[in-house]
Design a protein around this ligand. Structure first.
Ligand code: PLP
Length: 422
């Protein structure tokens, strides 16, 4: 008792049961899972099909090392993902979570350029308001100052440009379209500053999650980003660890931006909380360059491609597609946006309400007119989280505005099965 090393775990309620959209604690309290943890539990808790798939896989085969075997579970999950992946995406590398997937994406980009005779390409460009994971490579890519601060000497140098953040960065009188192009053009300027021949990849979340509370780019931004990457031979990595797997109403969020990446990462909603799993998907061009070059991606983890996790992922994806949940995500998402706007839209401390599908963020501000954030010492986010939990609601406190230190956002990412009443 009390030996778990985690965030103030001694004071946290002990979760004992999950059912539908609720988690129950040892004291008998029920919590409505309004954020799916951190946009994880897309099918809610205790889904019978996912549980059955895991049990069936366990009865057949729990583990076979990927150095020796492939498995039916991994192969069929990869086939299903590719069938529904953005255009051009052709191969899947299975991992155990989001950070691992981002690490693998960065390493794959590097190996691709080694194999294609461009060893000088090694730089990554990312965005200031972003989170790509807590391992050192992913943390270096991430742009959140607070998360990076303590580990700064361990992080490889990464360029960070401004995010596409209409609420704060679109200028008065500027159209959304013009703003999107201006924001994207920062990438081109940074590539030119660094020298295109040294730049390997640009990484971005299509809808920013943990550091900003569900901020989508304006229309046209990612199309321009795609053009810039192509013009300079830079790989586009989209991190859909949080916003992918149907969370925004399409299986991949980038479908709504009308582009395909070279590499895309997914995780949270893929395992939906039933198993730890992530995936990195890439184009045939990247895969072929390596397959026909040195022969293999020089990477691996003991548990990547784990059959139990793959069986869970396949069952989750089958449920999302087979139960036709994507239109439901769009409809419930619209309802959530409308309801939040009607109830909180005029609140003096609500600056913005935004998002896509069942991925919504509420930005809290000290002052609506100046958009000034609260003093971080007030710990508004932590207070909102605690207050909501006391009321029986789980919502995710996304933190950080442009300097990465200030900023309070409430992220809502409920299970796709949530009802309007809930
Ligand atoms: N990338 C994004 C966009 C995320 O939101 C997260 C986690 O919040 C990660 C990567 C890291 O994933 P994990 O916590 O599974 O390592």
């Amino acid at each position: 008792m009390g030996h778990v090393f985690g965030r103030s775990s001694a004071q946290l309620p002990r979760a004992v049961r999950g059912e539908g959209c609720y988690i129950h604690d040892a004291e008998g309290r029920a919590y409505l899972d309004g954020s799916g943890g951190a946009a994880v539990s897309c099918l809610g808790h205790s889904d019978p099909d996912v549980r059955a798939a895991i049990h069936a896989q366990l009865d057949q085969l729990a583990f076979a090392h990927t150095g020796f075997f492939t498995s039916e579970a991994a192969e069929s999950l990869a086939d299903l993902l590719i069938e529904h992946a953005p255009e051009g995406i052709d191969r899947v590398y299975l991992l155990s979570g989001g950070s691992e997937s981002v690490e693998a994406a960065i390493k794959l980009a590097r190996q691709y350029f080694l194999e294609t005779g461009q060893p000088q390409r090694h730089r990554v460009i990312a965005r200031r308001q972003s989170y790509h994971g807590n391992t050192l490579g992913a943390l270096a890519a991430g742009g959140n100052a607070w998360r990076r601060e303590k580990y700064a000497p361990l992080l490889v140098e990464t360029s960070h440009i401004a995010p596409c953040y209409e609420y704060r960065l679109r200028e008065e009188g500027e159209s959304a379209e013009a703003y999107g192009l201006r924001a994207a053009d920062e990438l081109e300027a940074e590539i030119q500053r660094l020298g295109a021949e040294s730049v390997m990849a640009f990484i971005a979340e299509p809808v920013v999650g943990a550091t900003a509370g569900a901020v989508p780019a304006v229309e046209g931004y990612f199309k321009r980003i795609r053009e810039i990457c192509d013009r300079h031979g830079v790989l586009l990595i989209l991190d859909e660890v949080m916003c992918g797997m149907g969370r925004t109403g399409t299986l991949f969020a980038c479908e709504q931006d009308g582009i395909s990446p070279d590499i895309v990462t997914i995780a949270k909603g893929l395992g939906a909380g039933y198993m730890p799993i992530g995936a990195m998907l890439c184009t045939a061009a990247i895969y072929d360059a390596i397959a026909q070059g040195s022969g293999a991606f020089q990477h691996g983890h003991t548990y990547h491609g784990h059959p139990l996790a793959a069986a869970a992922g396949r069952a989750v994806l089958t449920a999302i597609l087979g139960r036709n949940l994507l239109p439901q995500v769009r409809a419930r998402g619209d309802y959530l946006q409308t309801t939040l706007t009607e109830t909180l839209g005029q609140h003096p401390h609500v600056g913005d309400i935004r998002g896509r599908g069942l991925f919504r963020g509420i930005e809290l501000v000290a002052d609506r007119d100046s958009k000034s954030p609260f003093d971080p010492a007030l710990k508004i986010n932590a207070k909102v989280k605690r207050f909501a939990m006391d009321e029986g609601l789980i919502c995710y406190p996304a933190g950080g505005t442009l300097d990465g230190k200030h900023g309070d956002h409430v992220l809502l990412a409920p299970p796709f099965i949530i009802s309007e009443d809930q």
